[in-house]
Design a protein around this ligand. Structure first.
Ligand code: NGS
Length: 268
């Protein structure tokens, strides 16, 4: 399937058209899917942090559902929306998605997914990683001219078993604004001796497989505190994260294409 850069190229103009199409494929309310003729090994929760990117949301959903269904995966999509006016807190929204998804079902693993990243290759499997082996899914990205991302890069799209994400205490909740929360997470993995794996590890020519296309957006405002937070991270790994997560869930809506969780995480 071609990767769309606009909803027009999909031949659809709104969410409703896509809903109808996907319903025919067997998509259930809340954006959940189970393959019809086989049983998936595990159930995967896809968590997407979100605010104010309606067009990206439509493009992402219309692409990713079919992608996941071609892989015969059992999955649900959770969109966690920050409704307050504080700077965007990607890490905290991921932590919230992790906790909220478990209130809905017994997911065995989690894929933390930016809304503007589209996997290009159907063979980049979104199934569960083994315990002890979190996976960096986005290995080469168009905006970096498909060069391999550096070893310490752990952003964009990452996969965890439930056990490993708990072990590292999730993301830090303290990164408000763009950048650094993924570097902090990478440090958490190293601290716990977890090995980062990548799709197609061991194969030659890795760069031609785990490719991602990004959807265009204007640059976000970087968080001026991020370098200091990263540097001091190791003192907080045990106390800042899932263990200290506090938020107000305003409401949850089970929409045809996804479960939409509205939260207030205001920076007090
Ligand atoms: C690093 C950021 C990461 C970010 C990566 C790629 O510099 O959070 O760039 O960003 N770290 C810091 O700023 C400390 S990207 O070009 O994909 O937007 O993930």
């Amino acid at each position: 399937m071609d990767i769309p850069q606009s909803t027009k190229s999909l031949g659809v103009t709104n969410e409703h058209d896509i809903e109808l199409r996907l319903k025919e494929n067997g998509l259930e309310i809340g954006g959940s899917y189970k393959p019809k003729y086989c049983r998936s090994r595990n159930k995967v929760a896809i968590v997407i942090p979100y605010r104010n990117r309606k067009v990206h949301l439509i493009i992402f959903l219309s692409y990713i559902h079919l992608f996941l269904q071609r892989q015969q995966l059992e999955y649900s999509i959770f969109v966690v929306e920050q409704t307050d006016g504080s700077p965007f807190n990607r890490g905290m929204l991921m932590n919230i998605g992790f906790e909220e998804a478990q209130l809905q079902s017994n997911f065995k693993c989690f894929i933390f997914h930016d809304i503007d990243m589209l996997p290009e290759n159907d063979a980049n499997l979104y199934g569960c990683p083994e315990d002890g082996k979190p996976r960096q899914m986005a290995f080469t990205i168009d905006i970096f001219e498909y060069k391999s991302t550096p070893d310490g890069y752990f952003g964009g799209v990452t996969a965890f078993s439930i056990k490993d994400f708990r072990k590292v205490n999730g993301f830090s909740n303290l990164f408000w604004g763009w950048g650094g929360e993924d570097d902090d997470l990478f440090q958490r993995l190293s601290f716990h001796n977890l090995t980062v794996t990548r799709p197609f590890d061991g194969l030659p020519n890795l760069t031609s497989f785990a490719r991602y296309r990004t959807l265009y957006h204007t640059e976000e405002k970087p968080n001026p505190e991020r370098w200091r937070l990263i540097q001091e991270g190791k003192w907080r790994f045990q106390t800042d994260g899932l263990i200290s997560l506090q938020y107000r869930r305003l409401f949850i809506k089970f929409k045809p294409l996804y479960t939409h969780i509205y939260v207030d995480i205001k920076k007090y």
